[in-house]
Design a protein around this ligand. Structure first.
Ligand code: PEP
Length: 254
């Protein structure tokens, strides 16, 4: 069975010095996990290459928080997937902050998934509803629409390069996580959508994200359809992140 996948989303945080001590602390926890948990972190762009050189290619994976929807060219300020290829293993695509603050549409998200795959990187595709949509009973519809739009034309031989992160927007950075039952229900729903879309989707890991922390990690990860966590705030606290890795290890021993 695939080990649980924990990814830290550092967002626009850390100086270079802070980033080095965070990866060093995370690496220690990952080495102690001895392969029972897969772990990645996504430092800001300027630190990626130096951190990759520091860590090498094993143990702790380095990812990017975003990439351009375009290929190389006259696109001032954009960082393309081809530029990231040598310093990361995976790229987060479609995070709700990108959708909300930078106007990323489903079409843009799909283009980014395509760019990531072209470079043989892994895509962590984020989907999730806002509070009003959940309250209106539209959460599943919203998530399904985002998923199918982003995965239009997705090649079936690259399913192992895809991670889906269910991140209810109302839970991100609020301190109010989804209940483990709600996370499980939506991850199970996503599994069904992926199975309908691809036949067998067992190569695709489905994560939950949104105020996951060292207190709720074990309960969330114990759910059969929650294959990992995308972690914002708690991934910036070395002790909390290490405790979450340890929680995942403990579950894998049961
Ligand atoms: C995120 O931004 O992807 C996230 C899950 O953040 P937090 O854990 O802080 O809610």
């Amino acid at each position: 069975m695939t080990p649980p996948l924990l990814i830290g989303n550092w967002k626009s945080n850390t100086s270079y010095t802070e980033a080095v001590s965070l990866v060093d602390a995370s690496l220690e926890a990952v080495i102690a996990a001895d392969g029972k948990v897969w772990v990645g972190v996504t430092p800001p762009f300027p630190w990626l290459m130096a951190l990759r050189e520091r860590l090498g290619q094993g143990h702790l994976w380095i990812g990017a928080q975003n990439c351009s929807a375009t290929e190389m060219g006259a696109y001032t300020g954009e960082v393309t997937a081809s530029m990231l290829k040598d310093c990361v293993t995976f790229v987060i695509v479609g995070h709700s902050e990108r959708r909300a603050y930078y106007g990323e549409t489903d079409d843009v998200v799909r283009a980014k998934v395509t760019r990531v795959l072209e470079q043989d990187l892994h895509a962590v595709l984020c989907v999730g509803e806002v509070l009003e949509q959940r309250q209106a009973g539209d959460a599943e519809h919203v998530v399904k629409t985002q998923l199918l739009a982003a995965l239009e034309g997705y090649p079936e031989d690259k399913l192992y390069r895809l991670v889906v992160a269910y991140e209810p927007v109302w839970a991100i950075g609020t301190g109010v996580a989804a209940t483990a039952e709600d996370a499980e229900d939506m991850c199970a729903f996503i599994r069904g959508v992926l199975n309908d879309r691809f036949g067998d989707s067992s190569d695709i890991i489905i994560q939950y994200g949104g105020s996951a922390n060292e207190k709720n990690a074990a309960e969330l990860l114990a759910k059969p359809n929650v294959g990992g966590l995308l972690i914002g705030g708690a991934s910036l606290k070395p002790d909390a992140f290490a405790a979450m890795i340890q929680a995942a290890v403990s579950l894998s021993l049961i």
